[in-house]
Design a protein. Structure first.
Ligand SMILES: C[S@@+](CC[C@H](N)C(=O)[O-])C[C@H]1O[C@@H](n2cnc3c(N)ncnc32)[C@H](O)[C@@H]1O
Length: 228
């Protein structure tokens, strides 16, 4: 995995962006303890046939669960390649991927993130501010199924899916009418949650649904889909 401050991709960026990202990636290392504590709740939900995501959500209120620096850089250069003026994110957490994405916006561009945990919303806003991106990026608080249904000024150029996995298909269906032709949908954790995301992968892999799609070999599995 590339080390952030040695990366050529990030060295073109404002120092506030790279410093904020380095600090956040360091803070996120405490996540492993939060995950360990949520395992019993996840197993209990699985045994009872309940949603694992609903069961562990209260225990993950303080967990970053961010993209790796490598995936963050891929998000960043994909946004650059697309000249993405409108970027939308499902699941912003503390704002790490939001910073990689919104730091690639051209002048006049806009980033719309979403997060349901109130403390993460305020921290994500603070982190975007410390990266100097507060004027181009917003985090919509609450359930993304409602907040991302609200109007956006322009068609979407790039959509990043990283919230709870049982909502990838509903969020995709909600936003598909707003994806411009040639836009890209990136979705993380295809390998981490192979079973839970099988329906999502089948949906974007079926050409009748208007996408061309493949899974990129990041460790967690990143689905790359182009809107035809
Ligand atoms: C894996 S984390 C996102 C990490 C973030 N993309 C990053 O790289 O920094 C998933 C986040 O999605 C949020 N989330 C899950 N379901 C949501 C929903 N329905 N609406 C808004 N946020 C949601 C969770 O609270 C959690 O913070």
């Amino acid at each position: 995995m590339p080390v952030l401050n040695e990366s050529r991709v990030m060295s073109r960026l404002d120092q506030r962006v790279t410093e904020t990202l380095s600090r956040l990636h360091r803070d996120a290392e405490a996540d492993k303890f939060v995950f360990a504590r949520s395992i019993p709740a996840a197993l209990g939900a699985k045994l009872r046939g309940r949603s694992v995501f609903q069961a562990v959500a209260p225990r993950l209120k303080d967990a970053y669960m961010p993209v790796t620096p490598q995936m963050g850089e891929f998000l960043h250069i994909t946004a650059l390649q697309l000249h993405a003026k409108t970027i939308v994110e499902f699941g912003s957490s503390f704002g790490i991927s939001a910073i990689y994405l919104s730091s690639a916006l051209p002048p006049g561009g806009r980033f719309i993130g979403s997060e349901m945990e109130p403390n993460k919303v305020s921290q994500a806003r603070r982190n975007l501010e410390s990266a100097g991106l507060a004027d181009v990026a917003e985090i919509r608080p609450g359930d993304a199924l409602e907040t991302l249904a609200r109007p956006m000024d322009q068609p979407i150029d790039l959509l990043f899916l990283d919230g709870w996995k049982d909502l990838y298909v509903p969020i995709l269906k909600l936003l598909t009418p707003r994806l411009r032709s040639g836009s890209v949908v990136l979705a993380d954790n295809i390998y981490t949650f192979r079973r839970e995301l099988a329906e999502f992968v089948a949906t974007v892999s079926n050409p009748d649904n208007g996408f061309a799609s493949m899974t990129l070999p990041f460790k967690s599995g990143l689905q790359y889909s182009v809107r035809i």
